[in-house]
Ligand binder design. Structure first.
Ligand code: ADP
Length: 443
């Protein structure tokens, strides 16, 4: 691999360019007209404008991205997260053009991208799944029959869903009858696929996920878990590891199940197997596998010292995975700093950054593309920066987090820095007992 097309923007494009540079790989950035002068365009060896601001006219254009890759002599494409990262036809298109896709095989993306199929595939590998309908339900009658059997509340989920969208809880049959057509409609409009399935809704859960790395020679490894239970409306805001909710035996079982799930789809590259830990039964259940690098990957990097993006590149280039039982050290917490007004229902807050001073010092890492004077366009996700803090134990990590958040200064747009300062004062966050509904119930 000599030259890499980075088919993304924002902090993840910057992250990928850095990993490539560390490995001696040249990079070509792409940008829309809204991202002229953005950090990723100045860090890459070359940058090419691919169109107007709306993502469908730029960052989502398979044809343009492949043209740029060919015209600039790239031999590989990294999709980052979001955009085309979990589009199996893009992965296949990259390969058809004789280029290396830095990610899993198209077939693995396809199988895990259909959540109803994913459930079947992993269940076949002895991985527990949330009790749910047998695949997509054909009509409301089928949904009602499942719910009558399994018991309420139930959760309607889009087969092609993501980003916490398109989910609806129904506490009884009347609500399920009302929600079913809406759920379908929403799924169709948001994901271009109105297939929905039904799961038991588990009211007291932690979201715990396992980072896996697999190569193209059949080796599958895992790098431990991340706890992403601090969410608002199913969107993660703070992630930490190790999970305060797991004991060693559960951790071992969870990680082994994640490896079986990855093997079941012939996985390669970095991926994440997501589970819910039901606090009432102390059992865990698979919910989905994300076939990409995730926003929260630095939490694992801080604990293990392993560069996950570099490994994605090395694996894509055909290197065998040489990590074995990597020890995790201390505790790490990631705070997502979004350009959102958390006092106004988390309303997006695009604009120009009049000040941007991230913290630094021992145990502090900031992954960002932001700088004073940069514009935050309204067209894309609102992530300004990720603050990742490491400590020898959870207490030190929390104290250091308070210090780092106090140092963080953002002006010109609203940000979630203040939300995180507030969160650290809450007893459920301080003692690690929060569940996935904690923040939604309070904001
Ligand atoms: P998405 O791909 O949209 O992120 P997920 O299946 O990963 O959807 O679920 C996102 C979040 O929704 C989970 O982290 C959890 O908080 C909640 N969730 C999903 N399934 C259930 C369930 N069966 N019961 C309770 N909460 C759930």
């Amino acid at each position: 691999m000599r030259r890499l097309l980075v088919a993304n923007r924002g902090e993840i494009a910057v992250r990928i360019i850095r990993a490539a540079r560390d490995l001696g790989i040249e990079t070509v950035a792409v940008y829309s007209a809204a991202d002229r002068g953005a950090r990723h365009t100045t860090l890459a060896d070359r940058a090419v404008c691919i169109g107007p601001p709306p993502a469908p006219a730029s960052y989502l254009r398979h044809d343009l991205l492949l043209q740029v890759a060919e015209a600039t002599g790239c031999d590989a494409v990294h999709p980052g997260y979001g955009f085309l990262s979990e589009d199996a036809s893009f992965a296949a298109g990259v390969a058809d053009h004789g280029l290396t896709f830095v990610g899993p095989p198209a077939r693995a993306i396809e199988q895990m991208g259909d959540k109803a199929i994913a459930r079947k595939v992993v269940a076949g590998a002895d991985v527990p799944v949330v009790p749910g309908s047998d695949g997509v339900v054909a009509d409301v009658g089928e949904a009602l029959r499942f719910a009558a059997d399994a018991g309420y509340p139930v959760l309607l989920k889009a087969r092609s869903g993501g980003g916490g969208r398109g989910m609806r809880v129904a506490k009884d049959a009347a609500e399920l009858e009302r929600s079913f057509p809406l759920s379908r409609q929403e799924a169709g409009a948001t994901f271009g696929d109105d297939g929905v399935y039904v799961e038991r809704y588990l009211p007291r859960v932690r979201h715990v996920e396992v980072q896996v790395l697999a190569d193209h020679h059949g080796r599958v490894g895992q790098l431990g878990e991340r706890d992403c239970s601090l969410q608002r409306r199913h969107q993660k805001l703070l992630e930490e590891a190790p999970s305060p909710a797991l004991d060693d035996r559960q951790r071992e079982e969870l990680c082994a199940a994640a490896v079986r799930a990855a093997r079941a789809v012939g996985y390669a590259s970095a991926g994440t197997v997501e589970f819910l830990l039901d606090l009432d039964s102390a059992r865990f259940f698979f919910i989905e596998m994300n076939t990409r690098i995730q926003v929260e990957h630095p939490v694992t990097e801080m604990l293990t010292g392993v560069d996950l993006v570099a490994w994605q590149l090395r694996i894509a280039a055909g290197e065998p995975l040489t990590l074995d039982r990597v020890p995790a050290r201390g505790h790490a917490i990631e705070f997502r700093i979004n350009a959102e007004d958390w006092t106004q229902g988390f309303r997006p807050s695009p604009g120009t950054l009049s000040a941007f001073q991230p913290p630094a010092g021992p145990g502090v890492r900031v992954d960002t593309h932001s700088f004073a004077g940069a514009t935050v366009p309204p067209h894309y996700d609102s992530l300004l920066a990720k603050l990742i803090v490491h400590g020898a134990d959870r207490d030190e990590a929390l104290r250091r987090s308070r210090r780092a958040l106090d140092e963080f200064h953002v002006a010109g747009v609203a940000s979630t820095v203040g939300l995180h300062r507030w969160l650290l004062e809450q007893s459920e966050v301080a003692d690690g007992t929060y569940t996935t509904s904690y923040l939604t119930e309070r904001t």
